[in-house]
Design a protein around this ligand. Structure first.
Ligand SMILES: [Fe+2]
Length: 273
């Protein structure tokens, strides 16, 4: 096992647990990402399928965003949609300053037909797409995650990601390390925990609840049976508890009895003398 994995697991264990809620939201989302991807890929495009800003790049941005979201707290549907739309309307691989705005407009045109988002979340998606090449950093965790996920894939064009252009703590850490590869198990672990949360854990919880209900019903009937058959009276069951002599009490009583005996002997001897 590579040496970094135990450290990585230890550092990100809390994140994996917290990330369950993100994956639950992601999987319970009504968005059918595959249908949406096919719809966007079917649109006329100026880019070749092998473009450095094409679908392969979008998939890596999505992967990066999901890994970053384990710690940033980003809204998962927004970062997944950003990955799909942010470069989808590029017209070339060079200078194309309006491509982010065109991607945001494409998302706007498909919203309500192929996917849905609340106004608040769509505003985040729209802003992230429009400004992803012009702005340096952002404090909002979802926008920050989108931009870091995109910039962490700069290695494909021979540019080393710079931590100073990252907005999230994990983005900076990955940029310092130079590769996202050590963090890939984090995503797999989160996904496996997702299935545990979605299927195994609810079944276990239901099973425990059923056992507890049966235990309470059994206890109720045993109590009624013992009261009705006279095995126990209400006074025995609910009356004051009788004091039980402890070892200390018995020891004290023995010393008192011994004292009384000695006193009697002393009195008797004095009478005799
Ligand atoms: Fe991009």
């Amino acid at each position: 096992m590579p040496g970094y994995l135990p450290v990585l697991w230890h550092k990100n264990l809390t994140s994996i647990v917290l990330f369950d809620s993100h994956f639950l939201r992601m999987n319970s989302s009504p968005i059918d990402y595959e249908v949406l991807w096919q719809a966007v890929l079917a649109l006329p495009s100026h880019l070749s399928p092998y473009s450095v800003h094409g679908p392969d790049h979008w998939r890596r941005v999505e992967r990066n965003a999901l890994i970053l979201a384990t710690q940033s707290g980003a809204i998962v549907p927004v970062v997944r949609l950003f990955a799909l739309f942010h470069d989808s309307r590029r017209e070339n691989d060079y200078h194309d300053p309006q491509h982010g705005a065109r991607g945001a407009e494409l998302a706007k045109s498909l919203r309500g037909n192929l996917f849905d988002l609340s106004d608040e979340h769509f505003d985040l998606l729209h802003y992230a797409c429009v400004w992803h090449t012009d702005a340096e950093s952002h404090d909002d965790p979802t926008i920050a995650t989108c931009w870091d996920a995109d910039r962490l894939d700069l290695g494909r064009v021979g540019i080393v990601p710079d931590e100073h252009y990252m907005s999230t703590a994990l983005g900076k850490e990955i940029a310092r390390h130079g590769s996202i590869d050590p963090w890939l198990p984090l995503l797999a672990a989160a996904e496996s925990r997702c299935w545990f949360s979605l299927i195994v854990f609810p079944i276990l919880l239901m099973f425990i609840k059923i056992l507890l209900v049966f235990k309470m019903i059994g206890w109720f009937f045993i109590e009624i049976y013992e009261l009705l058959t006279g095995k126990r009276t209400l006074m025995q069951e609910y009356g004051p508890e009788e004091d039980e002599a402890t070892d200390d009490d018995e020891e004290e009583n023995r010393w008192i009895a011994l004292g009384k005996t000695l006193s009697a002997l002393v009195e008797e001897s004095s009478v005799v003398s």
